[in-house]
Ligand binder design. Structure first.
Ligand SMILES: [Fe+2]
Length: 134
């Protein structure tokens, strides 16, 4: 499994979906993940918080487009987003109290693996649906 910097480097080949808005958001998400991963101390806490905000907006934007185009897998896709936001919320709280090590491990392992699968399956299906319905 590729690490975050490899995922940024291979974005065009591995994650580009052909939907400009999704592609720009996903690239920014991966770059922010990578920047957060290597940050130390207070910079890590600030970037983790920014990543949480960016992810909430990223998911809300996708869900708005699903709703606007009556995407049949909206509930399932939203549930996958909600699960990740719940975990990210808990880690954000930990980071705020100075406990960053588990959040860093979650970012490098769980979140990067989650994005790899989510982008290749659910987001890929959404991009195809948007292409056919907008
Ligand atoms: Fe998504």
């Amino acid at each position: 499994m590729a690490n975050l910097s490899q995922m940024v480097e291979s974005f065009e080949a591995d994650y580009r979906l052909g939907d400009t808005e999704m592609d720009e958001t996903h690239r920014a998400f991966l770059v922010l993940c990578q920047q957060t991963e290597i940050a130390k101390g207070e910079a890590f806490a600030q970037l983790f918080e920014r990543l949480f905000q960016h992810t909430r907006e990223h998911f809300a934007a996708e869900e708005a487009r699903m709703a606007a185009t009556a995407f049949s897998s909206l509930q399932e896709h939203r549930a996958d987003h909600q699960r990740i936001l719940g975990e990210m919320d808990r880690f954000t709280q930990r980071v705020k109290t100075g406990r960053s090590s588990m959040a860093r491990a979650w970012l490098s392992d769980t979140l990067s693996r989650w994005f790899d699968l989510h982008a290749r399956t659910m987001d890929s299906a959404l991009a195809a649906h948007l292409k056919a319905n907008t």
